[in-house]
Design a binder for this molecule. Structure first.
Ligand SMILES: NC(=O)c1ccc[n+]([C@@H]2O[C@H](COP(=O)([O-])OP(=O)(O)OC[C@H]3O[C@@H](n4cnc5c(N)ncnc54)[C@H](OP(=O)(O)O)[C@@H]3O)[C@@H](O)[C@H]2O)c1
Length: 258
């Protein structure tokens, strides 16, 4: 029996009528997530600290015919996060999907790590993720549905020399994901994390060529990931196909950590 499925129609309808917020959407993984969510039919609010940079990505998506809005917000600032959520609700009346993607690195061996660098990484990557998550819970509980997807990292699972702050923050995100999943599961909200491996973006561009080659040998699929690889996993977790999955960490790492 021949079964033909129109893949493009399936993808376009996957998230029709849903409203999503993507933090850190001005470039790299966040920009790819925003684009894929738009392609799947969602209305997307893109945020980053730079109004210009995130505005350019939103304009590009709008020019393609998608509903995309940009808002400048620093997720490490509670007031910015509250404004982001309020403005999204007043614009779209609901928040169905939150993707906590914004993140920074300030790499240094622990012996030489400055307090301010530790604080900045924890405040943005972990506390910022908590601020955004906490702020969407009330509207999602009211709706009796919601999808929260936190971008962690394989570094949060395996650690890495020179990345104590980043590893601690990304491991913290996994704990936050599990605790929140347990708190809100009965309200129809799922909370999951994605742990990307080595994805080619500005964040990984500074890694010296020689180290990149060594890293490649640790990856069974023998390739670095692309932002779209992470974005596809986000779309899956945001979709109805993932309705019975919560509290999990999905690795998108070419098999690097297992
Ligand atoms: N690339 C990888 O290999 C990899 C691997 C594992 C995990 N990840 C994680 O994936 C996420 C995205 O990484 P990426 O490689 O795409 O990084 P990136 O290219 O450096 O982009 C980071 C994004 O976050 C935004 N951002 C940073 N601080 C922010 C803040 N306080 N408030 C709001 N937005 C903020 C940046 O925009 P502004 O500068 O305009 O604020 C930018 O849009 C991060 O959480 C990262 O830790 C990446």
């Amino acid at each position: 029996m021949d079964v033909t499925i129109d893949q493009s129609v399936f993808r376009e309808n996957l998230l029709n009528g849903k409203t999503a917020i993507v933090t850190g959407a001005s470039r790299g993984i966040g920009a790819a997530i925003a684009q894929k969510l738009c392609e799947a039919g969602a209305n997307v609010v893109l945020c980053s600290r730079s109004a210009d940079a995130v505005g350019q990505i939103a304009d590009m998506l709008q020019d393609t015919g998608y509903t995309a809005l940009s808002m400048a917000a620093d997720i490490s600032e509670k007031a910015d996060v509250e404004t982001l959520i309020e403005k999204t609700i007043s614009q779209f009346s609901q928040i169905d999907i939150l993707v906590n993607n914004a993140g920074i690195t300030r790499d240094m061996l622990l012996m030489r790590l400055k307090d301010e660098d530790w604080d900045a990484v924890l405040q943005t990557n972990l506390t910022g993720t908590m601020y955004c998550t906490r702020a969407v819970l009330r509207p999602m509980i009211r709706q009796k549905s919601g999808r929260i997807i936190n971008i962690s990292s394989v570094i949060g699972l395996m650690g890495n020399a020179g990345q104590a702050s980043y590893a601690a923050a990304k491991a913290g995100i996994i704990g936050l994901t599990k605790a929140t999943a347990k708190e809100v599961g009965a309200r129809g909200i799922t909370v999951n994390a994605i742990a990307p491996g080595f994805i080619t973006t500005d964040m990984t561009a500074q890694i010296p060529e020689q180290s990149q080659q060594q890293l490649l040998e640790l990856i069974p699929l023998r390739a670095f990931g692309h932002p779209e690889d992470v974005a596809d996993a986000v779309c899956f977790l945001a979709s109805d196909a993932a309705r019975y999955i919560t509290g999990q960490t999905l690795q998108v790492d070419g098999g690097m950590v297992m």
